[in-house]
Design a binder for this molecule. Structure first.
Ligand code: CAA
Length: 283
């Protein structure tokens, strides 16, 4: 099956980024959110990102206009019926995702593939509430979506080979490199490795071993990462990092995944990173 039309559920930072890369790859995309305000914010963020690409000479004005013209912003869910692939990018909450997938499953055609951009929740559990669990899959984009080359694709226990192949082909069409998580375990590949590293950076900070700047400089220059783990935590969102640590701790049941108390304290303070202008650093 070839994917020609896409519907993105949720116009947050990730949903907007996914819609942008789809449109930039000449795929017509509908970006849905129930809040008009969120749709406005998404439109502005896509315009800002495309303007950056234009400013850097990576695209011309005609490409910018064409990309924008391929995104339809809507607060109407029934338009999902026309899509070959629906990508859900809503909040990381299992009950909310189950509700969304149940609704989508009733709405779409039998051929439609339903993907979730979850960063750590069970694809298998989400698929279990749908009519065709073999057509449900994980499609995990990295933040910021327009700049990051990777998408990890995760098979739920019921995902069919043809669903996997169609989604892998579509991801390549989006200009992204695919890696496959063969098993649906919390955090898949990237977050299973990345989030414990970020959590450990908070322990190093809490124990007074080094300043935030030196922790980040150490990992940036010492291991050639583009940004240090604490700066990256601010980009990802401290609440998201904590949420993922909690899932690992609960689902994998090992003490090595316990969230750092300092990370928890920052989240309690509302210091969530760049999005609140204060995390480990102030913005
Ligand atoms: N579109 C277009 N341009 C963008 C952009 C976007 N969405 N976001 C940022 N930019 C621009 C910035 O505005 C900046 O522009 P100027 O040069 O005009 O100032 C430019 O990109 C470069 O930004 P920076 O100077 O901050 O720096 P950089 O060269 O370090 O590149 C980066 C930025 C690509 C984000 C790089 O730092 C990087 O790769 N960081 C690591 C990101 C990462 O690991 N992401 C994965 C997180 S894990 C995840 O997402 C999974 C999960 O579930 C938690």
């Amino acid at each position: 099956m070839s994917i020609e039309s896409l519907f993105v559920f949720g116009a947050g930072q990730m949903g907007a980024g996914i819609a942008q890369v789809a449109a930039a790859s000449d795929i017509s995309v509908t970006l849905y959110d129930k809040f008009d305000l969120q749709l406005d914010k998404a439109k502005k963020s896509i315009e800002f990102s495309l303007a950056k690409h234009l400013e850097k000479g990576q695209i011309d004005k005609a490409k910018l206009d064409k990309t924008l013209s391929l995104v339809t912003f809507t607060a109407s869910l029934p338009s999902a019926i026309k899509a070959d692939l629906v990508i859900e990018a809503a909040v990381e909450d299992m009950e909310i995702k189950k509700e969304i997938f149940k609704t989508l499953s009733e709405l779409v055609t039998p051929a439609t593939i339903l993907a979730t951009n979850t960063s750590s929740l069970s694809i298998t559990k989400i698929a279990s509430v749908t009519k065709n669990p073999e057509q449900v899959i994980g499609m995990h984009f990295m933040n910021p979506v327009p700049l990051m080359a990777l998408v990890e694709i995760i098979r739920g226990i019921q995902t069919s080979d043809s669903t996997f192949q169609a989604v892998a082909d579509c991801t390549k069409k989006l200009g992204k490199t695919v890696v496959e998580a063969k098993k649906d375990f919390p955090g898949f590949i990237v977050n299973r490795i990345l989030v414990p590293m970020i959590n450990e950076a908070f322990f190093v900070l809490m124990e007074g071993i080094a300043s935030p700047e030196d922790i980040d400089e150490a990992m940036k220059l010492g291991t050639n990462q583009p940004m240090g783990p604490l700066k990256l935590a601010d980009l990802v969102g401290l609440d998201t990092c904590l949420f993922i640590c909690e899932i690992f701790h609960k689902e994998l049941g090992e003490d090595k995944y316990r969230p750092c108390p300092l990370l928890r304290k920052y989240v309690e303070a509302g210091w969530l990173g760049r999005k609140t202008k204060k995390g480990v650093y102030t913005y």
